[in-house]
Design a protein around this ligand. Structure first.
Ligand code: C2O
Ligand code: CU
Length: 468
């Protein structure tokens, strides 16, 4: 097996690799939506706390539901004070729609708009979020859920979205520091107020004795969740939106950005709790309360979802690539200025997509910033159509959820023991762990590869690979 081309040590490439993307053909079934990113204060904490200065894409939690085969045409209007983009996390879309400033598109400046259009190829549970100054923008709430329907083999009696996050809010409702150097250099800066769909320990009514589908998304920037159910037997049916043969849920460890679809049979009366068992003291995330006359249903059998159409990687692979996660060799400050595409210079304090310090590296490279002309070379280049086996080696004392854009990989093995083979776009790699993931590199473009603990991403643990 040939090794991946190594480009370490090359000079920064001058030009970003913008890609164009096809427009919807005439007669296409298009879902048109507007996402207006702006400040919409929200009463997160109970009074007397003040409303929290939350950033959002619309009133209420943003959940887009569409059907497989439909096109999505989403116009982002930027009413923030700084530039932004939308990244469609987990979608195997054309590179030009991937929402990475400088790499796949120009950043969308305040007052400007940008229209994303693509046809999601896979059904499942996905989400979207900015890829600029992500600590601030995602940390203040900017994110939405994207559901592509069409994976069911039989209908569920309820289909619930549970988007988890942990807000860094003070008692008066204001935001605390979203990042600290200590947090960024270790496991991250943790929140203080945990919510599901922006509510603390919400109660969902579910049809008694019904078959319930829960789409759980960890949209937090930092927290790990050991997801479990208390009061019913849960079955995992999809990881990161990709169907899995129904597998009994004990607990499932999820880093930021990971999703899990699960199903359970609601009790005839009473309730079931969605739990986080990660901490010594288990935490109730949400409650599902049976309501109504019990539905007349045969004995519970978890309904499988349709088999995903992700290309199956060859077991042996064509290309081996090792991704080593480490601390940066020396923490370094970043350049003082940011040059915008229009030539304007912003001082660092106002600039976006920049970090104060670099603590982390991938293959010895630290992501320098995202300012135009300073894109580092890719970590690797893969020939289109080949199976890549990527071994992710964690040489740090902290877990890292590693996400690759535009591609879905299969998690195949770990030096720490048996893994449940499953398709994913984000894989959690524990300290001293070496995880192998494999994928067919069939989507051309420049694809980000980074830790989804956003403070790690923004302090160096980010890079990209090219598929050509
Ligand atoms: Cu949700 Cu670059 O990722
Ligand atoms: Cu990390």
């Amino acid at each position: 097996m040939a090794g991946a081309t190594s480009l370490v040590g090359h000079a920064f490439s001058a030009a970003p690799r913008y890609r164009t993307a096809p427009l919807p053909p005439a007669g296409a079934d298009i879902l048109d939506i507007a996402l207006t990113a702006k400040l919409r204060p929200q009463q997160l904490l109970p009074a007397p706390a003040k409303p929290t200065p939350v950033l959002s894409y619309g009133d209420g939690p943003a959940v887009i539901r569409m059907k497989q085969g439909q096109w999505l045409r989403a116009t982002l209007n930027n009413e923030l004070a700084e530039h932004t983009t939308v990244h469609w996390h987990g979608i195997r879309l054309p590179n030009g729609m991937d929402g990475v400033p400088y790499l796949t598109q120009d950043p969308v400046l305040p007052g400007q708009s940008f229209t994303y259009a693509f046809q999601p190829p896979d059904p499942g549970t996905f989400f979207f979020h900015p890829h600029c100054d992500t600590i601030t923008q995602l940390g203040q709430g900017l994110a939405g859920v994207l559901i592509i329907e069409g994976d069911e083999t039989r209908p569920f009696d309820a289909d619930l979205v549970c988007a988890y996050r942990d807000w860094r809010v003070n008692d008066d409702g204001s935001f605390g520091a979203l990042t600290t150097p200590k947090g960024a250099g270790t496991a991250g800066t943790f929140g203080t107020f945990q919510t599901v769909n922006d509510r603390h320990q919400p109660v969902f009514k579910v049809p008694a004795n019904g078959d319930i589908r829960v789409r759980f998304l960890n949209v937090d920037m930092t927290r790990l969740v050991d997801l479990g159910l208390d009061g019913a037997e849960g079955w995992m049916i999809a990881t990161d939106g990709n169907a899995l043969e129904p597998t009994k849920l004990e607990t499932w460890r999820m880093g930021p950005a990971m999703r899990l679809d699960l199903t359970f049979r609601a009790p005839k009366s009473g309730s079931v709790k969605l739990m986080n068992y990660y901490a010594a003291e288990p935490i109730v995330l949400a409650t599902f309360e049976a309501e109504g006359a019990p539905l007349d249903r045969p004995a519970f059998e978890p309904a499988p979802l349709k088999t995903p159409r992700i290309p199956e990687p060859k077991p042996q692979g064509d290309t081996d690539f090792t991704l080593r996660l480490s601390a940066a060799s020396s923490p370094s400050p970043l350049p003082a200025d940011l040059k915008l595409p229009n030539g304007e210079i912003l001082p660092l304090a106002d600039s976006l997509c920049l970090t104060q310090n670099t603590f982390w590296a991938m293959n010895g490279q630290t992501w320098p910033s995202m300012d135009e002309g300073r894109l580092p070379p890719p970590l690797a280049q893969f020939a289109r159509g080949r199976t890549v086996v990527m071994e992710i080696v964690n040489a740090t004392p902290h877990p890292h959820p590693i996400h690759m854009h535009g591609n879905t990989f299969k998690v195949v093995s770990s030096n720490k023991g048996k893994v449940l083979p499953h398709f994913a776009d984000t894989v959690l790699v524990a300290p001293k762990e070496r995880v192998k993931v494999a994928f067919v590199a069939d989507n051309p473009g420049a694809w980000m590869l980074h830790c989804h603990i956003i403070e790690h991403q923004e302090t160096g643990m980010m890079g990209y690979v090219e598929v050509a």
